[in-house]
Design a protein around this ligand. Structure first.
Ligand SMILES: [Zn+2]
Length: 307
């Protein structure tokens, strides 16, 4: 198993003579980090980043001191968004689809990242959702409300599907997340006739097994990818940042819909990942999201391996 150094992909400058006109062009770049896993290849593609109030992460009174240890301060955080692409020679699988264009101006860059990597939407055979929050789902549809990944099989955990498709959810979720419920239902409804649902532990694609990691949302799933003797876990948001989630995993996270269940899931998973030294991809972890979990005192730390 090897992880390449982070590759900076540039798009839109091909064909320019020795960069002559480059200063006049918008200089945009997209980052991808690559992990070879047996005969398969995993790339994490940047969908951009979010800008969130600190209260969305935690309102714990000790949070400022912990965040300062990570060089972070202030009222806002800007977590990156890493969409995982798995190519095993047979299947080309996207884990989540990013934010699309109507969530935050700083996110929704997946199409550009795929362009830069040379992967087309038509090549995607499967789209697998970790959960249905906006930054993971809202990139689903094009401007005609058709799925961008037109030929893909779409897959989501059954509990997650049932929760967001329940007409009562918009009333029970709370005003802060009401737009999440409306947005999820509108988009998932487009998939109603073709969605494939599954439960905990199921091998949903050869070499990809679902792992129930409820709490962040009621039906959140992580995915264990195995190829030969190598393994990697696509976490989604069950371990949602590189600071508090590792250093204080037993603190409630404002981003978890069921904070107590989120804690139980996080604590158990961190313990396992540290013990097994399994590679992870975190949707909101830094440096492309690839790395592993190490014990640090009575808690943990994220060791990035993609940077
Ligand atoms: Zn997220």
């Amino acid at each position: 198993m090897t992880i390449s150094r982070r590759t900076i992909l540039r798009a839109g400058t091909a064909g320019l003579a020795a960069g002559l006109f480059a200063p006049l062009m918008p200089r945009r770049s997209w980052a991808a980090t690559t992990l070879s896993l047996g005969s398969a290849r995993i790339d994490t593609l940047s969908d951009g980043n979010l800008v969130l109030p600190m209260s969305f992460v935690t309102d714990h009174e000790g949070a400022g001191a912990v965040m300062a240890e990570f060089g972070l301060s202030g009222d806002a955080v800007e977590p990156p968004c890493n969409v995982t692409l798995l190519r095993d020679g047979t299947n080309t699988v996207l884990f989540d689809v990013g934010s699309g264009h109507d969530f935050m101006p700083t996110a929704g860059k997946l199409a550009e990242a795929m362009d830069a990597l040379g992967v087309t939407a038509q090549e995607i055979t499967h789209v697998v959702f970790t959960h249905a929050h906006p930054d993971h789902l809202w990139g689903l549809l094009d401007e005609f409300d058709e799925p961008i990944f037109a030929d893909a099989t779409f897959m989501i955990g059954k509990a997650e599907w049932d929760y967001w498709m329940d007409p009562a959810t918009v009333d029970t979720i709370g005003t802060e997340r009401q737009s999440f419920a409306v947005g999820a239902q509108r988009r998932l409804s487009v998939l109603e006739d073709r969605i494939v649902t599954f439960g905990d532990g199921e091998e949903i694609i050869p070499g990809v097994a679902a792992r129930a990691t409820f709490g962040h949302t009621p039906g959140h799933m992580a995915y264990e990818i195995r190829n030969g003797s190598d393994a990697c876990m696509v976490l989604g948001d069950c371990i949602g940042n590189h600071h508090l989630a590792f250093a204080r995993p037993d603190w409630m996270s404002g981003s978890d819909q069921d904070p107590d269940m989120g804690i139980a899931t996080r604590v158990k998973l961190l313990d396992q990942l540290a013990a097994e030294q399994m590679r992870i991809v975190g949707f909101h972890l830094p440096d492309g999201g690839l790395g592993r979990v190490e014990r640090a005192g009575d808690a943990y730390r994220f060791v990035a391996e993609g940077a």
